[in-house]
Design a protein around this ligand. Structure first.
Ligand SMILES: [Fe+2]
Length: 276
């Protein structure tokens, strides 16, 4: 860790090193010697315009999001706020193809076509990649943003799940538009999470203003938030305490991987669910 100041308080300018020790007090007459106090130092890094913190030694890298390094894509920061939801609930929702027609009927879902298309899952060391297609309606703001007059279109989805609570869902449209939703849930306590969301798009601000992109994604997000915040926060990892449909495969895989991770780190609450 560097010895010099790493961060300074905006109130009186006290500066602290990466180890949390106070390095500088501008008001002091004497150079600091053996000063007590300070704060706890944590691993921290800046990536994608966000600060990533590991409270203990990290067990994985910061997720690599390919589109962030691709000059054809621009980044739009959407929101960060607290929700009454556990991380796993949000993650399984992000890969649940069965709720699109119902929960999102007012934004892009097709209520009359509730049967979800099958998905394929490719396992990776950091989580999984889910691939599938979803027919969707194209109306209102969405029509403006996807740039097609057709009343329907199709989302070709490549959802990447990064253990434990981050997803980067790439949606390719037949028009050539690509929209990548990145959503991360940082636990605040057992029942609440801080949700950060940003997106990558391969179109221009003049064609799809960030304000409209945020407004559409916001409308979709609010539909999810309403059902998620009314769901049970204590998500069971076992397969016997909740009923699952075949389309819950991604959520089941998440439970299996999380249980394995907990077991690997000696957490007593780890109970391995049966294979899906
Ligand atoms: Fe949703």
């Amino acid at each position: 860790m560097p010895d010099g100041p790493a961060i300074a308080c905006p109130y009186h300018g006290w500066a602290f090193g990466a180890d949390g020790r106070c390095r500088k007090v501008p008001q002091a007459h004497e150079p600091l010697r053996g000063m007590k106090g300070g704060t706890t130092g944590h691993h921290a890094a800046e990536r994608y315009g966000w600060i990533w913190v590991a409270l203990e030694d990290p067990i994985a890298d910061i997720p690599d999001i390919a589109e962030a390094h691709d000059p054809r894509f621009r980044q739009i920061d959407e929101f960060h706020e607290e929700w009454d939801v556990a991380g796993l609930r949000l993650m399984e929702n992000s890969f649940d193809m069965a709720h699109l027609s119902y929960v999102h009927a007012n934004t892009f879902g097709i209520l009359e076509e509730p049967r979800p298309a099958p998905v394929e899952i490719e396992h990776t060391p950091w989580g999984f990649v889910m691939r599938g297609e979803a027919p969707v309606t194209n109306k209102g703001l969405s029509k403006d943003l996807i740039k097609t007059d057709s009343e329907r279109t199709v989302r070709m989805i490549e959802g990447r799940w990064f253990l434990p609570f981050l997803r980067a869902s790439r949606i390719d449209y037949p028009t050539g538009l690509t929209h990548v939703l990145v959503t991360a849930a940082t636990p605040v306590d057992d029942r609440r999470s801080r949700i950060c969301q940003w997106v990558y798009r391969n179109d221009a601000e003049a064609d799809a203003p960030a304000e409209k992109v945020i407004a559409f994604d916001r409308a979709v997000t609010i539909e999810d938030k309403a059902v998620l915040e009314s769901s049970t926060w204590d998500v069971p990892l076992s397969m016997s305490e909740e009923l699952h449909m075949p389309s819950d495969k991604p959520g089941i895989e998440m439970r299996r991987r999380l249980a394995a991770l907990l077991a690997e780190h000696g957490e007593a609450e780890a109970r391995l669910p049966q294979e899906a």
